[in-house]
Design a protein around this ligand. Structure first.
Ligand SMILES: [Fe+2]
Length: 102
């Protein structure tokens, strides 16, 4: 497998993980009746669409260093968008309900 193939495989793995993680998160928010869980699901759907866009970019940039750096930055901000910005909204709510969330 060359690097080009590896990008597709890694994106697929990451996408599977993200889908499972988002599904589990929404199930938890639904269980505890968190008001914003439907909006959070919409936010996840948008993130998954963006991830698909990034996958297409990744498969087409080849070895252009500047583009690879831009993609890396986009992926980092993608993760921060969910983990830092979106998930902080319910973190204290879950803790109040006795959940520890990873
Ligand atoms: Fe989330």
């Amino acid at each position: 497998m060359d690097n080009f193939d590896a990008v597709g495989v890694l994106f697929n793995d990451f996408s599977i993980f993200a889908n499972l993680h988002f599904k589990r998160e929404i199930e938890t928010l639904s269980e505890v009746n968190f008001d914003g869980y439907e909006k959070h699901q919409d936010d996840h759907d948008k993130l998954l669409l963006k991830l698909e866009d990034l996958r297409k970019i990744a498969l087409n940039i080849g070895h252009v260093e500047l583009e690879r750096e831009r993609l890396y930055n986009e992926l980092v901000s993608w993760v921060f968008e969910d983990v830092i910005k979106l998930d902080l909204v319910f973190k204290s709510f879950l803790m109040e309900h006795g959940y520890t969330y990873h």
